[in-house]
Design a binder for this molecule. Structure first.
Ligand code: HEM
Ligand code: HEM
Length: 385
């Protein structure tokens, strides 16, 4: 029989149950392995995360179908409704499991959608989520929540399996056989409703969210704020971003703390610029910590990067030409840019392709397939005087 009765699980419910169990075990294994894979084995780590996310999204679809099916069905009644505490515990765990089947993948997906491009979901339907902005802070919060929810799920599964084994080995009452083989068990009579166990499960998830947010690792504070010296033009807003290929996929990063001192004469098109970048403010998805490390920017030893350039007109636009001092090396950089002047407001947009090896960024990553050599720099700013 495909449908449930008050004493048995039908074929559809049983197939959904064991399919989700299988997928959940696989995806917990993948999540733990991906998180623990060393950063040095980046290719493996990225592949494990991509598999984890792809299977996780598939699991979410299966879970939603399963829940949709469950609400159309009668639920087999507890086999021992007289054992009040045991029934309450079992039902609370069932609600925890149902909630986790949705909340665990959704929080993982929000974390993924808030970061840029790292370890993509292996499907053609895009990586972002509506209403979820790209935000390192949001990603960190949801990483903490996803993490905690995943552990809540594992705890619920442990209790659930312990209960199933107790019924099979100690009580020998047919509870496991009713999920495994579809045999009917129990009287089919229920006592009490689903409200209390559902409320308990909701309270546990709410407490978990509060705990995850409260104990979240704060984003590392920048030790100092970037300063560039006196400036004729004041930057009112701007972004300093870069993209690099990681495992063949473009990953976007940026610096949140930088300052520019600009002297520029719009009539002659000549000027000077000095940009100071607080390297600690770098963010690049889930590999931010690695970017700060000794192999990449070595932020501890080289906390500030400086670009000092002369500005001159070139064709329809301009060029900023000068050394970029980063990680102890000063290497000439030519940054072509366009300028829109509107009275005393200037909007500039520029980009340049750099080779990370010129600054010894990514030592040990000599294989371009893991981390690409070219880094596309993109600057956008508005300044007034
Ligand atoms: C690993 C992921 C698992 C999840 C997410 C899960 C989830 C669930 C849920 C939500 C129910 C309640 C179904 C309902 O009445 O609507 C259920 C029932 C059940 N599960 Fe699991 N389960 C998992 C693994 C297992 C395993 C490994 C076992 C056995 C060792 C097991 C044994 C059972 C049994 C026997 C029932 C029926 C309980 C009853 O008849 O009252 N489950 N499971
Ligand atoms: C039901 C499905 C899922 C389960 C059971 C699950 C479980 C896990 C587990 C156990 C971990 C490792 C926690 C640890 O190391 O302590 C993890 C980490 C992670 N998962 Fe999932 N996950 C699921 C779905 C997803 C989805 C759909 C995504 C993204 C689209 C995702 C993204 C991540 C990420 C990015 C991490 C690393 C978290 C961090 O930065 O610490 N997960 N997940």
């Amino acid at each position: 029989m495909l449908t449930n009765t008050t004493r048995s699980y039908g074929g559809v419910a049983r197939t959904f149950h064991w399919l989700t169990a299988l997928l959940i075990f696989a995806n917990i294994g993948l999540g733990l392995a991906a998180n623990r894979a060393p950063l040095e084995q980046m290719a493996l780590k990225v592949q494990l995360f991509s598999l984890h996310k792809t299977l996780g999204v598939a699991l979410l679809a299966v879970a939603l179908l399963r829940i949709l099916w469950a609400v159309t069905q009668s639920r087999p009644a507890p086999v021992h409704p007289d054992r009040r505490a045991e029934t309450l515990a079992a039902e609370t765990v069932h609600w925890l499991l149902y909630a986790a089947l949705v909340l665990v993948p959704v929080t993982g997906w929000i974390e993924h959608a808030a970061t840029e491009g790292y370890a993509p979901i292996l499907w053609p339907l895009g990586q972002g989520l509506p209403l979820v902005p790209k935000s390192p802070a949001l990603a960190l919060t949801f990483a903490a929540i996803h993490h905690l929810f995943a552990w809540l799920l594992m705890a619920a599964i442990a209790l659930h399996v312990a209960g199933a084994l107790k019924h099979a080995l100690l009580d020998r009452d047919g509870v496991l056989a009713r999920m495994l083989l579809g045999r009917p068990a129990g009287s089919g009579r229920t006592q009490g409703g689903h409200v209390l166990p559902a409320l308990l499960a909701a309270a546990i998830f709410a407490a978990g969210t509060g705990f995850a947010v409260a104990t979240q690792q704060p984003a590392p504070e920048a030790a100092a704020t970037a300063e560039a010296g006196p400036s004729e033009w004041q930057v009112t807003e701007g972004t300093l971003g870069f993209t690099v290929r990681q495992m063949g996929t473009k990953v976007a990063g940026g610096f949140s703390d930088w300052a520019a001192a600009i002297d520029f004469d719009p009539d002659s098109g000549l000027g000077q610029v000095r940009v100071s970048i607080n390297m600690e403010s770098v963010s690049i998805g889930t590999v931010t910590e690695q970017a700060r490390g000794a192999a990449f920017f070595d932020v501890a030893a080289h906390p500030v990067a400086v670009f000092e350039a002369d500005i001159r007109p070139e064709g329809a636009g301009y060029i900023a030409d000068g050394p970029l001092t980063l990680k102890g090396a000063a290497v000439p950089v030519t940054l072509p840019f366009t300028l829109e002047l509107d009275g005393d407001t200037a909007r500039m947009q520029g980009s340049a392709s750099l080779d990370r090896r010129d600054w010894q960024v990514g030592t040990g990553y000599d294989d371009e397939a893991t981390v690409g050599f070219p880094v596309e720099l993109a600057v956008e700013l508005t300044a007034t005087r």
